[in-house]
Write a protein of this length. Structure first.
Length: 204
């Protein structure tokens, strides 16, 4: 749900986007080196198809590694916040609030390389919320009483700040850290989101 408010003064703030961007900076050296080698081969190589293909391979590698860096830069100001009211997702000037009293459970799923915050609502949710739709997943519930449809937010690196915040602000909802298979992540329903939002525009 979209809210015009803001987190409380004593809220726990986790700079989700900044953590992601700093992690993506690990790709920057590879991008620079690959791009430099590619340009060098094009300008000073001995010529021939091998040199051209080598240069193109380096440039392609630079492009592939540059994409996550650019994506991280664009997301650097994304913030998550936790207070007595609920969980806040803040993307620039846009704010979404998921209230604790609307949830049946909260926790963290993980594999050896991926962590996600799981926010399980009590009732139906708006699958096409402008900010939150990308986090909606429809999958088997962890246990009876929890819904299939929930919010699943992938964490950029360390899960510790999120675990601490959830334990502090929603202890009665916390169901813990739960191991999952590698295939558990799933994807947002992009096609369904487009169809439903287009239908709503047509009705309007």
């Amino acid at each position: 749900m979209i809210s015009g408010g803001a987190p409380a003064a004593d809220a726990t703030i986790v700079r989700h986007g900044l953590r992601r961007f700093l992690w993506m900076l690990l790709f920057a050296p590879v991008t620079l080196v690959s791009g430099g080698l590619g340009v060098n081969e094009l300008m000073y190589g001995r010529g021939g198809s091998f040199t051209r293909w080598t240069a193109m391979a380096f440039l392609l590698m630079a492009l592939l590694f540059a994409i996550p860096v650019v994506s991280g830069w664009r997301a650097r100001r994304w913030v998550t916040a936790f207070d007595a009211t609920g969980f806040w997702w803040i993307r620039g000037k846009e704010t979404a609030l998921i209230r604790w009293d609307s949830l049946a459970g909260v926790g963290i799923y993980y594999t050896h390389q991926t962590f996600t915050v799981e926010l399980c609502p009590r009732d139906e949710i708006d699958r096409d919320d402008p900010l939150l739709w990308q986090f909606v997943r429809d999958t088997e519930p962890l246990r009876p009483g929890l819904p299939r449809v929930r919010y699943r937010i992938r964490l950029p690196h360390s899960f510790k700040p999120y675990e601490k915040a959830l334990r502090q602000w929603a202890p009665e909802l916390w169901f813990g850290l739960v191991a999952q298979p590698l295939s558990y992540m799933g994807r947002p329903d992009v096609a369904g989101h487009r169809e439903r939002t287009a239908a709503r525009r047509g009705e309007g």
